[in-house]
Design a protein around this ligand. Structure first.
Ligand SMILES: O=C(O)CCC(=O)C(=O)O
Ligand SMILES: [Fe+2]
Length: 329
C-alpha cells in the first residue's frame, strides 16, 4: 500500500514553550506566518479524552433530547437561535450535526436585554448522573480559552510585543463558540456538490474560519485536509492527544495579512467522525479595525469596526447553513 503523504505542520510542545517563551514565540510566529496551522502537544491540565467522552455522550442522546435543544431554525417550538443543537441536513455538502455552547453572561447585561443573540445563554440536555456533561463542557471551555491565550501570549512575544498585546480583545464577554461535531459517513450517494477531485467526498467543503483562531481536537480521525502554500491539498496527521490550531480570518486581518488563514476542508472517511473545535472570538463590540502590528492609532476620525457586525456579514457572505435566518436585533 502506498504510504500517504501528509502535510507536516509545525508542532509546539506547550509545556516546554511556556518555560521558554522567547524561543517558542519565534516558532509560533513562524508557524502562523508560513502555514497558519500548528499542532499543540504536551498541554498542561488538558485531557482530550474528556472531549471525546462529551461527543460520545451527547451524540448518543435520544432524538427527543436533541430536538428539544435544536436551534429555532430547525425546530420552531424552540427559542434558542444561536446556541444549542443543529442536525444533519440531507443534501447539503456540509454533513454534520453539532452542539454549541459559550460562556454565559448575566441576564441583566445590556446586550442580553437588547436581544443580542451572540450572548444567548447556553442550553443543556438533562443528565442522569452517568456523565457530568455540562460540567465537563464548561470546564473544557475555560481551559481551551486559557490555552488560546497562551498561544496568543507566545505570538505576542514572538512579534516583539508585550506578552498581552492581544488580550484586551477577549476580556469581558468573548463571543467564542465551543462546538462538538459528529460527521456521519455519507450513506448511499452523496450529492454532486459533495464530490471533489480524485473521487473524494467532503463532509465540510473548503473554507477558512472566520474567528480569531481555532483550537481543534481531531482525536484519531483522519479527514482534515489543508491547502498547502504550494497549492496542494494534503491531509493533516491526526493529533491524538493534543490539539490542532489554525489562524482565522480575523487574526489574519488584524495583523495585515502577515498570518495566514489557511483554507481547509473535511473529507468523508467512511466511518463516523468526531471533532471538537473551539473558535476563539472577541467580545461583540471589540474594535477590530486596528492593525495590531502597527500599534493603536490615535486618529480621531478613525472608524471603529465592531467584531459582531463584521462577523455577521461574513457568515452571511459565506452562507454557512448553521447561521442562516438569524433574527435582527
Ligand atoms: O472537523 C475538523 O477536523 C475540522 C472542522 C472545521 O474545519 C471547522 O469546524 O471549522
Ligand atoms: Fe474550519
Amino acid at each position: 500500500m502506498a504510504t500517504e503523504e501528509y502535510f507536516d505542520i509545525p508542532i509546539l510542545d506547550l509545556g516546554e514553550a511556556l518555560q521558554n517563551p522567547g524561543v517558542a514565540g519565534q516558532k509560533v510566529v513562524g508557524a502562523l506566518e508560513s502555514v497558519g496551522f500548528m499542532g499543540i502537544v504536551n498541554i498542561p491540565d488538558f485531557d482530550v479524552e474528556k472531549l471525546r467522552q462529551c461527543c460520545q455522550w451527547f451524540f448518543s442522546q435520544p432524538w427527543e433530547v436533541k430536538s428539544s435543544l435544536m436551534k429555532k431554525e430547525f425546530n420552531s417550538n424552540n427559542q434558542n437561535v444561536y446556541r444549542g443543537y443543529f442536525p444533519v441536513l440531507e443534501n447539503s455538502a456540509s454533513r454534520k450535526e453539532g452542539f454549541e455552547i459559550a460562556a454565559d453572561v448575566q441576564s441583566d447585561d445590556p446586550e442580553v436585554i437588547r436581544g443580542n443573540w451572540f450572548y444567548e445563554k447556553s442550553i443543556w440536555p438533562p443528565e442522569n448522573g452517568d456523565f457530568k456533561f455540562k460540567k465537563t463542557m464548561i470546564d473544557s471551555y475555560s481551559r481551551l480559552h486559557q490555552i488560546a491565550m497562551d498561544i496568543l501570549k507566545l505570538a505576542s512575544i514572538g512579534l516583539g510585543f508585550k506578552y498581552n498585546a492581544f488580550e484586551d480583545l477577549f476580556k469581558n464577554k468573548p463571543c467564542s463558540t465551543f462546538r462538538l461535531l459528529h460527521y456521519p459517513p455519507w450513506d448511499g450517494n452523496p450529492p454532486a456538490n459533495a464530490l471533489i477531485e480524485d473521487n473524494k467526498v467532503v463532509t465540510t467543503p473548503v473554507h477558512t474560519d472566520s474567528c480569531f483562531l481555532t483550537l481543534l481536537a481531531t482525536f484519531q480521525y483522519h479527514g482534515l485536509e489543508v491547502l498547502t502554500p504550494e497549492g496542494k491539498w494534503l491531509p493533516v496527521r491526526p493529533n491524538t492527544k493534543g490539539l490542532v490550531m489554525n489562524v482565522g480570518d480575523l487574526f489574519s486581518k488584524m495583523v495585515g495579512g502577515r498570518f495566514v488563514a489557511t483554507q481547509h476542508r473535511v473529507l468523508d472517511i467512511g466511518i463516523d467522525r468526531f471533532s471538537v473545535p473551539f473558535f476563539l472570538e472577541p467580545r461583540f463590540d471589540a474594535d477590530i479595525s486596528v492593525n495590531i502590528l502597527k500599534g493603536p492609532s490615535h486618529e480621531l476620525s478613525r472608524d471603529v469596526v465592531q467584531y459582531g457586525p463584521w462577523v455577521l456579514k461574513r457568515m452571511e457572505d459565506k452562507g454557512f447553513f448553521e447561521f442562516k435566518n438569524l433574527p435582527k436585533f
